[in-house]
Design a protein around this ligand. Sequence first.
Ligand code: GKR
Ligand code: MG
Length: 444
Amino acid sequence: VDARTGRGPLVEEVRLTPVLTADPPLLNAHGVHQPYAARLVIEVVTADGTTGVGETYGETKYLGHARALADALPGLPVSDLNGLDALAESVCGTGKGGGTGTGDGDGADLGVDVGGLRGVQTADKLRLSVVSGFEVACLDALGKSLGLPVHALLGGRVRDRVDYSAYLFYRWAAHPGTRGETDDWGDALDPAGVVAQARRFADDYGFRSFKLKGGVFPPDEEIAAVRALAREFPGHPLRLDPNGAWSVETSRKVESELRDVLEYLEDPALGTPAMAEVAASSQLPLATNMCVTTVPEIAEAFTSDAVQIVLSDHHYWGGLRRTRELAAICRAFGVGLSMHSNTHLGISLAAMTHVAATVPGLVHACDTHYPWQTEDVLTRRHTFRDGALEVSDAPGLGVELDRAALAALHERWLADDGTMRDRDDVAAMRVARPDWTVPRTPRW
Ligand code: GKR
Ligand code: MG
């Protein structure tokens, strides 16, 4: 860092590496995970020879913005994160044709996300998702230059461990079709299968809270699975998340049947108005990672008391600093905050852990898909102990890229004919069930 200007070293080069990482056949309301999921690894190299790493979504629609930002970034001090935001607005656009300078997720509505599981998609959310990976890479580089962990750059940790929940999925033993890696989890398609999966998560990683991805089977079967979990793990925090697959009436019924065992119900119904209707009669808090994913969605959701917990995803929200801003807004409204995840690698898990370590009042364990990822681009995988990750005090994120692993996953991306590069759970489901569709109205 230059003592005269107070700036971090200048960015000299940016490397982008799209990868495909193996993903198991996990089921959700829209279909099933494809055998491989796309992620983008971002490396920011500074003039002092430091390399910072970041990660974000790797689907095609993110790559164009990422390339434009990578071309524009050299010359910016790695500490100038507001400058990074402004640069991203100028090279990727704001979705408003003008540029407000707020970058707050307003802008043209591009409709619901391709997977339909990440909430509304706006031009600004797309840009912010790209920015998040660059912001993390810059923070990693700056932290390494200064000899400080990323959490210190965010104000310092208020806890030394971050709790995660076991993310239970109904799943098949193997992918349909000819592609995909195998694993030894077997299938989980009924209450006994869900309990067995949870038991393995508890035994192997010490997870104490459990989230079941629902919206797969008729609600009565999912209620039975949650009840079986409650019997096996009495008193443990449990959550059920059907990704908005239920009507208001069904949501109310499930809430009344599970209110004695759930910690919260996650996105039972789709969209803020429906969530508000459910919340009005609910004794359980409602959580969301679908109806509050951008700043413009906050006001209606909070003032109508539609959600009591926001599950932030630092990718959607534009990075770690913006996640802290969201946390402050939530505190002002008495809304809880925890963290959401999609399929991700260890760089994003490190980033989540650093920011989660700095957020006061984080009472609900964060989600992570990480245990389902058998592959990573790090020399040392993260290890959950007692359901938590230690917060690293090493400089930067405290992770190291495994270049051979990165190259291998990139090779897979290069060799792909395009079918795996863009998440499409519906298409993956049609391999097994050609007539599969996602109804426009709630399935149940
Ligand atoms: O990976 O199938 C999945 C999840 O459904 C994911 O796409 C969601 O974004 O985990 C997420 C959630 O909590 O809704
Ligand atoms: Mg969710």
